[in-house]
Design a binder for this molecule. Sequence first.
Ligand SMILES: [Zn+2]
Length: 202
Amino acid sequence: MRVLVLAAHPDDAEVGCGGTIAKYALQGHTVRIATTVVPSLHDVRIEESEAAARILGVEHVCLDIPPDEMVFNRSIVGRFDQAISAFCPDLILTHWVHDSHNDHQVVANATVAASRKNSCSLYMYEQTIPGGITSCSFRAQKYVDITSTIEKKLEAIKAHASQMSLHGDWWLYGIRGRAQYRGFQIKKKYAEAFETIKDIEL
Ligand SMILES: [Zn+2]
C-alpha cells in the first residue's frame, strides 16, 4: 500500500497520526509525508521534519507553498493534484476539515478536492495539539492500534526541537493522553482515530 500524509506544517503529521505512519512503515508500506508550508524558521523546521521522518521510517517532502498563498482556490488544488499524481497513493491521511487552524482547513479542503478521482481512500486525523476549540466534534470512525509505535511517535515529535522548546513536555503529555483515551475506547493501550471521507477497498 502507498500512503500519502498531507499536512499543513512541520510536526502536524506526527501529532495527528505519527503512530499510524510508523506502524504502516514497519508493515512494509510506502509512506510519504508531504508538508505544505513552513511559516517560520524555514531551514530548521525542514531539518526537524526530515529527522522525524527518519525516526518513523518514511520519506518527507515539502511543497513549500508561501504562507500567504494558503487559500482554498484552484491554484492550491492544482498543487495538491500534482502531489497526489506524483505519488499514486492507495490511502491519503489529512487534517480534519473542521480543525480550528485556517491552514489545516485549507489542506483538508484541497485534499478532498484533489482526490475527486476516487482512486484512493481518504481519512482525516484528529485536530492537531495544540489546537483551538471548534464548533463541532470529531467523529472517530476508524481506529488504529498504535501500542507498538507510540514511543516512536513521541520520539519523532521530540525531533521537532524548536517546538519542544516552545511547548515543553506538557505537549507530549497531551499527545500521549489522547492516544490513551482513543486506546481505551477500543480496549488497546494506545490508538489514533480518524474520520473517513471515503474507504475504497484495494
Ligand atoms: Zn499545523
